[in-house]
Design a protein around this ligand. Structure first.
Ligand code: F6R
Length: 236
């Protein structure tokens, strides 16, 4: 695990974007695993800036997102598909048909999960997986649990996750109670993993995930076992 502590959020974003841009420059048809939430917004802004400056070309990239709320379709402003379109995809030259977000509206949830795993497998796996981390240590929506789940699955969100994500909704009641998330297999089989975190409220969980025992009670702790994982964080 490579840990890079930086001064502030801008530096987190710049370093993370530099890693992603390097990946795309070195391997134009790479598969990027992408995340939503507040933390990657600055990273995506930098990537958009560098795209506009002609420094990086996304035309051959495929993207596979970590998760989506159950019951929200892509036109809902709180959906992760909407987030990705709005914060990144609409501003760069990625082929939108090659951007994948789990289907939160699928009638058959189990089928949607196995199709997503097939999608990852058929893409040849993820080359670089970007992650944020929840205050409870979740990555994707792999919530603290008694075991690590390998495959894409539907998960009931923890109260603390619902409360943390309420800031994106009009009220806490509107936050969906379940989500579909890539499992630990998809994340751990990524060739490279990049986790970004910002703010004092993430310091304790980052320390536990990096230095504590590897346990599904702190899902991000599994990253200690990844052979190429970088953590960039700031306690700004
Ligand atoms: C989002 C995701 C989540 C977030 C995490 C941190 O796709 O998978 O694990 O990365 O909840 O969210 P922020 O960045 O809002 O603190």
């Amino acid at each position: 695990m490579r840990v890079i502590k930086v001064e502030n959020y801008n530096e987190v974003s710049e370093r993370a974007a530099a890693m992603i841009a390097s990946q795309v420059i070195l391997q134009p048809d790479c598969v990027l695993g992408l995340a939503t939430g507040s933390t990657p917004i600055g990273t995506y802004k930098k990537l958009i800036q560098w795209y506009n400056e002609g420094k990086v070309d996304f035309s051959e990239v495929m993207s596979i997102n970590l998760d989506e709320y159950i019951g929200l379709d892509g036109s809902s402003e709180q959906s992760y598909r909407y987030f990705m379109n709005h914060n990144l995809f609409e501003h760069i030259n990625i082929n939108i048909a090659k951007t994948f977000v789990p289907d939160g509206m699928a009638k058959n949830g189990e089928e949607a999960c196995s199709l997503y795993d097939e999608r990852i497998k058929n893409a040849g796996g993820i080359d670089l997986q970007l992650l944020g981390i929840g205050n409870n240590g979740h990555i994707g929506f792999n919530e603290p649990s008694d075991c690590f789940l390998e495959c894409t699955h539907i998960v009931e969100l923890e109260e603390s996750t619902i409360a943390a994500n309420a800031r994106f909704f009009r009220s806490e009641e509107e936050v969906p109670k379940a989500a579909i998330t890539m499992g630990m297999g998809g994340i751990m089989r990524a060739k490279k993993v990049l986790l970004i975190a910002n703010g004092a409220q993430k310091a304790a969980i980052i320390k536990k995930a990096m230095e504590g025992p590897v346990t599904p009670k702190i899902p991000a702790s599994i990253l200690q076992l990844h052979s190429d994982c970088t953590i960039i964080y700031s306690e700004e």
